[in-house]
Design a protein around this ligand. Sequence first.
Ligand SMILES: Nc1ncnc2c1ncn2[C@@H]1O[C@H](COP(=O)(O)OP(=O)(O)O)[C@@H](O)[C@H]1O
Ligand SMILES: O=P(O)(O)OC[C@H](O)CO
Length: 494
Amino acid sequence: MRYIMAIDQGTSSSRCILYDREGKMVAAAQREFRQIFPQPGWVEHDPEEIWRTQAAVCREALRQANLQPADVAALGITNQRETVVVWDRRTGTPVYPAIVWQDRRTAEHCARLRAAGWEEKVQAKTGLLLDPYFSATKIRWILDHIDGALDKALQGELAFGTVDSWLVWKMTQGELHITDVSNASRTLLFDIDTLSWDLELLDLFGIPAAMLPGVKASSECYGLTRDPLLGAGIRIAAIVGDQQASLFGQLCVEPGMAKCTYGTGSFLVMNTGPEKIVSKHRLLTTVAWKIGDRVDYALEGSVFVGGAAIQWLRDGLHLFDAAADSEKLAVSVSDNGGVYFVPAFTGLGAPFWDPDARGAIFGLTRGVSAAHIARAALESIAFQVDDILAVLAEDCGRPVSQLRIDGGAAANRFLAQFQSDISALEVVRPAHLETTALGAAYLAGLAVGVWTLEELATQWRSDRFFQHSMPAEAVETHKKQWRKAVARVRAWAE
Ligand SMILES: Nc1ncnc2c1ncn2[C@@H]1O[C@H](COP(=O)(O)OP(=O)(O)O)[C@@H](O)[C@H]1O
Ligand SMILES: O=P(O)(O)OC[C@H](O)CO
């Protein structure tokens, strides 16, 4: 029983990493799955495919390390958040595909509730805003559009879960229907003070309480796996949303410590300790994790399109073959040639929350090349994060001085240096970049006594520091042009 298994069920792939008792990676497996776009602005996944790919990578990782389920001391789950699965409790079959966090189909429902003056109350209870990003309106959409679903839900025959709940249900063959506080805090139905489902919000969104999972801590033994596909008898000992997991994996365990994950989107999260800070600038207050009786909170800024802009240059415009080539192209020119790119493909997230913004590239002249556009795309990732850092500083009364970074695009040195320059802070890349899985493994190991928090705190290792050196005048010019570009894309699709 010497190993910890981390399951990282992300937006574009299912991953499994096995760690030894020193926190060293011993095996890793990953499988992509289908992204389904049935209509513009809609994004779905097949919940059965999520489960199949997840179980398969777990088996694959065990095989790679030549281990059996019995060698695993504990399993931790981390997952794409907010995504909704609704299934029939009797048959275990989903009644509709998973509606993914990026899906904008419920924008009008949110606008109606905002117009009726609900946002302030919702923010006070949940720490969130009325945006289609979160789970509640997505659940209601399923109840409204699937024949008989509402009746069945009222009778207690349907279950709702974020992806963590769905995976636990599958791996325990329907024995456990649970989630943790960090995932629950992303649904718009959860009171982050009392840490319980909120009856008034359930009523507001029209969601029967009988559908909801039980809410647990992020690090505790919930039960054993039963499904032979994954392997039976493994202790499930952690559940945590993926951005909170990477905050933990980066060991940002003290108030004021912040990380940014540059993946499909970019997620900047700052630990605020037991204190719940309410943003005056439309950042999210969210539960970081609950360990034992202690709850930590975080402030979060979510950017919907980060690395996805690079993906678009690769797959949509065919400017290069691999995302990593964006760096070579960007540094082949000495500046952005006056080009500013706002990749608001699915609207803008924090701090603007504008579902009707759309992407645009500004400053085009005859001299602009693919290199300038690649550079502008990478710069746009940093500008969006900088917009969040600016309001975060106002909310906290002091600027963030060090940012720990991770995620696929954190490998890009130009991006890391530009972030440091534009935001005037130190950017640090850790030696172990898979911080999301590591966070889930740490929390699972804590629950079964493999390590203590004090031991973990000494584990973090840096790989590279980026210090800012851009002259203040150049920074100001960049920011002015970026602000102008953002102002022009607002409400474009209204
Ligand atoms: N070297 C790179 N430079 C810029 N972007 C990159 C680089 N490597 C990967 N990316 C981008 O990062 C994203 C993948 O990161 P990952 O952390 O795996 O995302 P997710 O967890 O959201 O699936 C893709 O959108 C890809 O375009
Ligand atoms: O799966 P990721 O890494 O794109 O993360 C998605 C976030 O959890 C959405 O809130």
